[in-house]
Structures are given as C-alpha cells and as structure tokens.
Design a protein. Structure first.
Length: 277
C-alpha cells in the first residue's frame, strides 16, 4: 500500500486549525500519510510547531513568507537555524519573492530570501520557495547563492514559465505541483510541467487555498491532494500507485532529516491500515 504526501499545507489557518482531528481523519481515509505544515510568519512558528508535535504524521518548517517581509524584515540565518534545531522542523521557508501582490518592498523580500537560503545551506534542510511574477530575480538569487555553496530546494506551487522551471532544475531544485494544475484554465501549465523529471516532482495542496477540481469553491485540505495525484497520474500516463510511490519517495529523499526515515514511513502505513478497518 502506497500513501501520498501533502508536501505543503498551512494547518494553523482557519478551518484546518479548528477541525484538525477531522482534517487528519479525512486525510487518512484519502491515503495521505504525511503532511508538511508550512510556517509563513515567524510570529506564528510556535503555533505551527505545536501542530506538528501533536501528531507523528505531521512535520513542519520555519520561515517567513515574502508578503510579510515588511513586518518581519531583518530575519537572520542564525534565527532560523536556531528554530530549525527542533526535531520536528525539516525545512526552511516558506520564503521567496512575490511581485504580483508586492505586499512588501522588493529589497526587503530579497534580504529575507537570502537569509533563508543561508540557513538552508548551513542546516542542509530544504528551502521552500514561493515565486510569483518574479521568475528572473528569483532564479538569479538562487543561482548566485548556489554558486557560494549548495543547498536543497523545492519550488512550491509551481505556475511559472518553462524557462524558470529549467533554471530551477539546472541547480537541482525539486518542483511541487498544486491543485492549480487541475484547472481547465491551466492548459499552458499542463504542457510546461511535461519537462519536469518525475524524480524531481512533489505534490501539495497549499491548503486552505487552491482546491483542485472537483473540489473547487471549497476550503482546501490535505485529503484533496489525492485529486491532484489522480490528475497527474493520468496526465503522465502512469498508474495511480506508481505516481504515488514516485512522489512519496521524492518527498522523503528531499526532506531527509534523520527524524524522517523509513521507520516513520512504516509506522504511517500501519496507522493508515488501522484507520481503514
């Protein structure tokens, strides 16, 4: 039995936080065995960590979203490294650049982005990158920083250009696909993702946002990642179990902190079997 992973969700937000037990039960029923709870504001880190500590299927990250750079500007790599020492923290971010909304000045976004990259390089924990309407600047910063020393990274909720995908892949990034890829309006994206090697692909919900077809209009949650997995398995002409295994293995390869290991995968499978009885 192969389970799937929701590699990016915000479990401390709204309906998800208020119904966490229900969210986890529905995730188990859908075959979702692991969730990565993303920290988007350092001021909310303790809330995210508390959720991760509450369940052995949940891991978390530490970071600050580019939207919040204006309020959390000046984050240091040392701050992030210290918080990332907790055994439940397995990634750095969500960080990056967002020029679509520009809730924060670009220079402050860039400063925080680089601090996150430094923390990722120092800890070896994967960088979770948000890039919207900022392809060139985002790629340049990642390339320049990669030249200073390698760090693992994933481009989350990919919707960008083929050129950005290629530049990201060229420096070793993974690329994560969300429910957006299932939208009828996403024809260009559906073509673009064909260049992504399967061994570099993850799946996510970005819950509570961006519910996939056929759940559009509802608040997103980890169980819905199954719909994205089903769509992509068909898109790449693979069986569902094969696609699930590939993306799950990719997640554990990228997020390889010693506390996420084969034993935790085995325990998750056992728990899921019990849930289905």
């Amino acid at each position: 039995m192969t389970f799937i992973v929701d590699s990016h969700c915000h479990l401390n937000y709204g309906d998800l936080a208020n119904d966490l037990d229900g969210v986890l039960n529905r995730a188990a029923e859908a075959g979702v065995g692991t969730m990565l709870a993303i920290n988007a504001r350092l001021s909310e880190f303790n809330d995210v960590l508390s959720i991760a500590q509450s369940n052995d299927k949940i891991w978390c990250t530490v970071g600050s979203h580019p939207h919040d750079a204006v309020d959390e500007w000046g984050i240091s790599a040392d701050q992030l490294i210290k918080l990332a020492s907790h055994k439940k923290v397995v990634g750095i971010g969500e960080t990056g650049l967002d020029y679509f909304y520009e809730h924060s000045p670009r220079d402050k976004q860039k400063d925080n982005f680089i601090a996150h990259i430094e923390a990722s390089r120092e800890t070896g924990l994967p960088l979770i990158v948000h890039a919207r309407d900022a392809d060139d600047d985002c790629a340049k910063i990642m390339e320049q920083e990669m030249a200073k020393g390698q760090y693992p990274a994933v481009i989350h909720c990919f919707t960008a250009s083929e050129a950005f995908a290629r530049r990201s892949l060229d420096i070793g990034c993974y690329i994560s696909l969300s429910g957006i890829v299932t939208f009828k309006s996403a024809k260009v994206l559906q073509e673009t993702i064909k260049i992504i090697p399967l061994e570099k692909m993850l799946i996510e919900t970005d819950a509570p946002f961006l519910s996939p077809v056929p759940m559009r209009g509802k608040s997103n949650e980890p169980s819905y990642v199954k719909h994205t997995a089903e769509f992509l398995a068909h898109h790449f002409e693979l069986g569902y179990e094969d696609f699930a295994k590939i993306t799950t293995d990719n997640f554990f390869k990228l997020f390889s902190k010693k506390t996420i290991n084969l034993e935790s995968k085995k325990n998750t499978i056992k728990q899921m079997k019990k849930a289905k009885k």
